[in-house]
Write a protein that binds this ligand. Structure first.
Ligand SMILES: Cc1cc2nc3c(=O)[nH]c(=O)nc-3n(C[C@H](O)[C@H](O)[C@H](O)COP(=O)(O)O)c2cc1C
Length: 170
């Protein structure tokens, strides 16, 4: 699959099959994270890999918008350092790269950002100086995905030509 197809067919999924994701794909996903660029090349992020079913359940319990994570095959918590004003851009870039690389191997994923912060920090041993920026749950999708259900605005609403006020006609 080329990069464009990967972007256009990928959907965020919340229903996973029980099929195990092979170790080498998990390592590819983590390698994609490692190789993503950060502002000033600070590499301030840290990743927690969660594979244990009990810990996946705990992730779900500590979330306010990611109950579904209990049934994924593995999850990655993305921590970033809020002392850098660009830390959430770095979080967004790395999570998208991980999701796209996973999807290249037919592994689906979903993200959540809502957490019960105190419980979450306690359960996963997260130091105060790092921000819990997102959690990604990965696994093989239950349903076949084509990307066709994407609900997106058309380009003529989203894109302006040269200045904000001028709509793109293409
Ligand atoms: C910044 C951000 C935060 C999100 N937070 C959550 C979340 O807390 N829980 C959840 O289930 N999905 C979350 N999502 C997933 C979005 O709902 C999803 O990307 C959007 O609906 C488009 O999905 P699609 O690509 O499958 O069409 C989040 C996505 C982004 C980019």
């Amino acid at each position: 699959m080329d990069a464009f197809e990967c972007v256009t067919t990928k959907l965020d999924i919340r229903e996973f099959s029980s099929k195990e994701v092979p170790r080498e794909i998990k390592l590819k996903v983590l390698e994609a994270a490692r190789l993503t660029g950060t502002g000033l090349n600070t590499q301030h992020w840290r990743f927690i890999l969660i594979e244990n079913k009990e810990n996946l359940k705990k992730l779900a319990e500590d979330s306010t918008s990611g109950n579904w994570v209990a049934n994924c095959n593995f999850a990655i918590i993305i921590l970033t350092n809020p002392k850098y004003h660009f830390h959430l851009i770095d979080a967004g870039r790395v999570l998208q790269n991980m999701q796209l690389v996973a999807w290249n191997y037919s592994v689906g994923s979903g993200i959540f950002t809502g957490i019960e912060e105190d419980e979450f920090r306690k359960d996963f041993g997260i130091p105060q100086q790092l921000n819990v920026s997102a959690v990604i749950g990965f696994g093989y999708p239950i349903k076949k995905l084509t990307g066709k259900r994407k609900d997106r605005m058309p380009l003529n609403v989203l894109v302006r030509n040269e200045k904000y006020g001028i709509s793109n006609k293409s």
